[in-house]
Ligand binder design. Structure first.
Ligand code: ADP
Ligand code: MG
Length: 332
């Protein structure tokens, strides 16, 4: 526990990401708005919310593929959002990403061996001339993701989706990261395969003592793998709590809707709460004022659209925080 109390490995502070819309001067997509959370050492934080709510945008700022409009991304105490590319380069191996659709990150013309070697050589983690050490490391990686050594000499298309995801995980692990950002890593896989990949990620996380940000939109999946879970709605966090507390006692009306939607949900549906919630979703170009969820909220009041409404997360009990100012009076 002491370990957990020290500087978090990752701290996201008041993150804002806006995308300009081409051709529409001054209009912007409010993709992420004032999002703050931490990931502690050895912890898995789940990030859940419907498609388009800003999850991948958050991930891209954390792995420094983009620079945020405002706010900070502190990795081990350093604000990486202001680092120059040369300084970032030294940090990149420590923060690795596993993608939903990793086909685009696995060059089809390269054998697995080459796919895995390239980043390790680029970052100087192995010596090109020390063939034996390189081979040992490749073998180790195959063992970690439970693929046979022969896999090293095959091409990505010769594998199933689940096996390709194992290769994607091996590629991320090859750089010995401290933080793994997994963006819907099982969403594209058959349900029967999803559980195997999740189990693999969970045991790797534990065995290697990794920190993980696990992005998903299936609640059972996120619950299974996460120590804590953050719920996102239209660019903002609406609730954050330890996994069990969040799913057993959801406080925010949106989280409640998500929990109710689970057994019926079609995981591929864009808006999987549509059948439990009415109202207009609204646009992230002109987000609703006050609480962004108010147009769809079953218990909204007149004051929920007030511009001055404070919808930042506030703590209601140990480690459980919620953005709805009225969550507590309604009870858990
Ligand atoms: N590069 C971009 N340029 C413009 N808009 C973007 C870009 N990336 C994402 N968006 C928009 O930002 C919002 C959040 O997208 P995203 O982070 O991909 O959501 P999620 O991963 O939760 O499905 C969406 O409205 C999306 O269309
Ligand atoms: Mg996404």
């Amino acid at each position: 526990m002491n370990e957990m109390n020290r500087t978090p490995l990752l701290e996201v502070r008041d993150l804002v990401v806006r995308y300009p819309i081409r051709g529409l001067s001054k209009r912007e997509i409010h993709a992420v708005d004032c999002v703050s959370f931490t990931v502690h050492r050895g912890e898995t934080l789940g990030l859940v919310g419907e498609s388009g709510c800003g999850k991948t945008t958050v991930a891209r700022q954390i792995v420094a593929l983009e620079r945020p409009t405002a706010g900070q991304v502190l990795f081990d105490g350093t604000d990486i959002s202001t680092l120059r590319e040369r300084e970032l380069r030294a940090l990149r191996p420590r923060i690795q990403m596993v993608f939903q659709d990793n086909d685009s990150s696995l060059n089809p013309r390269r054998r697995v061996r080459e796919l895995l070697c390239a980043p390790m050589l680029y970052h100087g983690l192995v010596d090109r001339k020390d063939g034996a050490a390189l081979e040992r490391r490749l073998g180790e990686l195959m063992d970690m993701v439970e693929l046979p050594r022969e896999a090293l000499d095959r091409y990505p298309h010769q594998f199933s989706g689940g096996q390709r995801q194992r290769i994607g995980i091996a590629k991320a692990l090859s750089l010995a990261p401290q933080l793994l950002v997994c963006d819907e890593p099982v969403s594209a896989l058959d349900v029967s395969i999803q559980a195997q990949i999740l189990q693999l990620l969970r045991s790797l996380q534990r065995d290697l003592g990794l920190s993980m940000l696990f992005i998903g939109h299936g609640l059972p999946t996120v619950r299974y793998i996460s120590d804590r879970v953050a719920v996102m709605y239209m660019g903002q966090l609406v609730e954050l709590a330890p996994s069990d507390a969040l799913f057993d006692r959801p406080l925010h009306p949106y989280t409640r809707a998500l929990c109710n939607a689970v057994p019926l949900a079609d995981p591929t549906a864009r808006d999987f709460t549509a059948h439990v919630l009415g109202g207009e979703v609204g646009s992230n170009m002109t987000p609703p004022t006050g609480c962004r969820f108010h147009p769809r909220c079953p218990v909204a009041r007149e004051c929920c659209k007030d511009m001055s409404l404070n919808v930042s997360l506030h703590t209601v009990e140990d480690g459980h925080s919620v953005a709805c100012p009225y969550a507590q009076e309604r009870g858990g």
